[in-house]
Design a protein. Structure first.
Length: 269
C-alpha cells in the first residue's frame, strides 16, 4: 500500500543527491567505460532483461543511458530500430566500434543527457522506451513523465534492489561511510502515486566472481570508492589480503549477497 502523505519524488531526491552529483558527470562514465562494458557482458544481466522484455521485430526502441550498447547491441538483431542515448563520449565510441565490427546498421547513436531537450536532439517518439540502470536524475517524476512522452506502447525501467552491485564492506574498509542508493520500492511507490500500475520482475545474479589475485580484486572493486586516494587504496589492498579466500585456482570474497535488480514496466494507456 502506498502512503499518500509521502512525497516519493522528494525521498528519491534526498537519497540520491550525492550519488547523482558524481554520476551526472560524463567523465565518471568515461573512466569506467571499458571495465563497465566487460562486466555487463559477463554478468548475465542482459539475457535476463531480454527475457523479461520480450522484444518484438516491429519495435522502435529508445535506450536512455545506453552505455556502450549493453542492451542496444543484442536488441539490434531483434527489433526494427534503436536510438541509443548516453552522455559519455567514451561509451559511445565503444558502441560505434561494436556496431562497425558486427555490421550493425539500425542503431542511431546520440550524445545526450536526461536534462537535454530531446526534441532538439532529433529524438522522436518510439514504440518502447528503456531506462536500464540509468536513472541518474534528481527529478524522478520528471524522468518518468519524459519516458511516457517518448514511449508509444511500453516503458521499461530497471533499478537496484537493496545495495545492488555495491559491497558496503569495500567502502567501509577504506574508512568511508556507506550511503545506499534509493531502492526500487521508491520508484514503484512514485509510479503508483502517478497512477501507473507497473509490473515488477527481478533479475538475480548469483555468480560469484573469481579473482586471480589481490590486485585483480582491487582493480575490479576500485570503482565502488569514487576518486580513491593512494592511502585508501592501500587500506583496501590490506583488507582484501585478509578477506579473500581460496576458490579453486583463484580467490573470492566470502559472504557476498546475490546482486538483485528490479525491472518495472507498464503499457502506455
Amino acid at each position: 500500500m502506498v502512503l499518500p502523505d509521502i512525497d516519493w519524488n522528494e525521498v528519491w531526491r534526498t537519497i540520491q543527491a550525492e550519488k547523482h552529483a558524481l554520476r551526472r558527470d560524463p567523465r565518471f562514465w568515461d573512466k569506467r567505460a571499458p571495465d563497465f562494458t566487460r562486466h555487463a557482458a559477463a554478468s548475465g544481466y542482459i539475457g535476463r532483461f531480454m527475457a523479461i522484455m520480450e522484444p518484438q521485430p516491429d519495435w522502435s526502441v529508445l535506450d536512455i543511458g545506453s552505455a556502450a550498447g549493453t542492451l542496444a547491441v543484442p536488441l539490434a538483431s531483434v527489433v526494427n530500430r534503436i536510438t541509443a542515448i548516453d552522455p559519455s563520449n567514451a561509451m559511445l565510441v565503444l558502441l560505434e566500434k561494436r556496431c562497425q565490427k558486427q555490421g550493425i546498421t539500425n542503431i542511431d547513436i546520440v550524445n545526450g543527457r536526461w536534462e537535454d531537450d530531446w526534441d532538439e536532439l532529433g529524438i522522436g517518439v518510439h514504440d518502447v522506451a528503456v531506462a536500464s540502470r540509468s536513472l541518474v536524475v534528481e527529478d524522478l517524476r520528471g524522468a518518468i513523465l519524459k519516458l511516457q512522452r517518448y514511449a508509444r506502447r511500453r516503458t521499461y525501467i530497471s533499478t537496484l534492489v537493496d545495495d545492488g552491485p555495491h559491497d558496503r564492506r569495500i567502502v567501509e574498509a577504506v574508512g568511508r561511510p556507506f550511503r545506499p542508493g534509493a531502492d526500487y520500492i521508491v520508484v514503484y511507490n512514485l509510479l503508483r502515486q502517478m497512477g501507473i500500475h507497473a509490473n515488477v520482475a527481478f533479475i538475480i545474479q548469483r555468480k560469484e566472481k573469481i579473482y586471480t589475485d589481490v590486485e585483480d580484486a582491487l582493480n575490479s572493486m576500485r570503482w565502488m570508492v569514487h576518486e580513491i586516494s593512494a592511502e585508501e587504496e592501500e587500506k583496501l589492498r590490506s583488507y582484501l589480503t585478509d578477506a579473500l579466500i581460496r576458490e579453486g585456482e583463484g580467490w573470492k570474497m566470502p559472504g557476498r549477497r546475490p546482486v538483485r535488480w528490479a525491472v518495472l514496466w507498464w503499457e502506455k494507456e
